[in-house]
Design a binder for this molecule. Structure first.
Ligand code: SF4
Length: 324
């Protein structure tokens, strides 16, 4: 029995070594040259991770560089007027991230003398830092072998070790445990970058390109994916852009006219004002919604009140402005 166990353990190790070699080999020749991959400064890593959470890499790169030029250090960000930080965030969306990022910077300055803690638990205790961000900073700034899940890693781990999503999703806890087992000792930085890159470039949500995936032979989802994979391969050969375009249209539809859309528009309208200047809500209404009428006043106040609660604007009676 013990011998069988040893044999199985050996087989598992060999299998895992194979996965490491294949993925890291693929990453070495396919990795994108992204500015945050050249730094281990926890402040820069934090900025990049917060920006990347809900925004595409191509849009993040110029904003990341411009943001660090404007706020080159943690202290510069912590001491800046919040209105300036929200202005610098223009074009990235999800403005709340800007306010949370500054809160984190202020907490590191006030509670840790400007030095980021290295441990995941201490990072996690900072305001605006969740399980993903704490793991990412511990790994990408301090090169620790920690596991964490973003949408790309979660998807790859699910497919690679569990199977296709349509056959059942593993729990978050199970996926973190599988992700942790997969981290090669001493190579956490490289491994987590590689698995994220695979999720971004190959094992994508709607159209995984299994035909060019380095982990085909290891993947629990590959057999199921093969059929759609072959169709994708044919489409790639025919250079048909149709499937991608369909998905993009599908995703964009719900955003327009959602409350999130109008929250963004309200912040955009205030960004256009000189620092410290306010606008009454009834003047803001028509700027963010062309068909605005007095009947929308309660709806607009609700949006403004929530933005104020999130620290994105200040409300003084009917007057709204960016926080100073
Ligand atoms: S074989 Fe396909 S499903 Fe599996 S990890 Fe690669 S791209 Fe993803």
């Amino acid at each position: 029995m013990a011998a069988t166990y040893e044999v199985n353990r050996q087989a598992e190790r060999t299998e895992t070594d194979g996965i490491h070699q294949r993925l890291l080999g693929w990453f070495a020749s396919n990795r994108r040259d992204l500015p945050w991959r050249h730094t281990r400064d926890p402040y820069c890593v934090l900025v990049s991770e917060i920006m990347l959470q809900q925004t595409q890499v191509d849009r993040v790169v110029p904003k990341y560089l411009a943001f660090l030029e404007q706020f080159p250090t943690l202290q510069a960000l912590a001491e800046a007027p919040t209105a300036e930080v929200i202005r610098a965030w223009a074009g990235l969306g999800y403005n709340r991230r800007a306010v949370n990022l500054q809160r984190t910077a202020r907490a590191v300055l006030a509670e840790h003398g400007g030095q980021f803690p290295r441990e995941v638990a201490a990072l996690r205790a900072l305001p605006g830092v969740g399980p993903y961000t704490s793991g990412a900073v511990a790994c990408f700034a301090f090169e620790q072998d920690v596991a964490f899940l973003d949408t790309n890693i979660r998807r790859v781990v699910q497919r690679l070790f569990v199977g296709p999503e349509e056959r059942g999703l593993a729990t978050e806890r199970a996926l973190v445990a599988l992700a942790a087992q997969a981290v090669p000792p001493g190579q956490g930085w490289l491994w987590n970058q590689a698995i994220m890159e695979l999720g971004a470039l190959v094992c994508t949500a709607a159209t995984p390109a299994c035909w060019r995936c380095p982990l085909q032979r290891d993947c629990a989802a590959y057999n199921t994916r093969r059929q759609s994979d072959e169709q994708l391969f044919d489409a790639a050969l025919a250079e048909s852009p149709r499937p991608v375009r369909k998905i993009a249209e599908k995703r964009e539809a719900p955003y327009a006219n959602s409350n999130r859309f109008f929250r963004g528009r309200l912040v955009d309208a205030l960004r256009a004002l000189p620092t410290g200047q306010s606008l009454p809500l009834d003047a803001l209404g028509p700027q963010i919604k062309p068909e605005y009428s007095p009947a929308d006043a309660a709806w607009l106040r609700q949006i403004a009140t929530r933005l104020a609660a999130d620290g994105l604007i200040e409300l003084d009676g009917d007057l709204a402005r960016l926080p100073i």
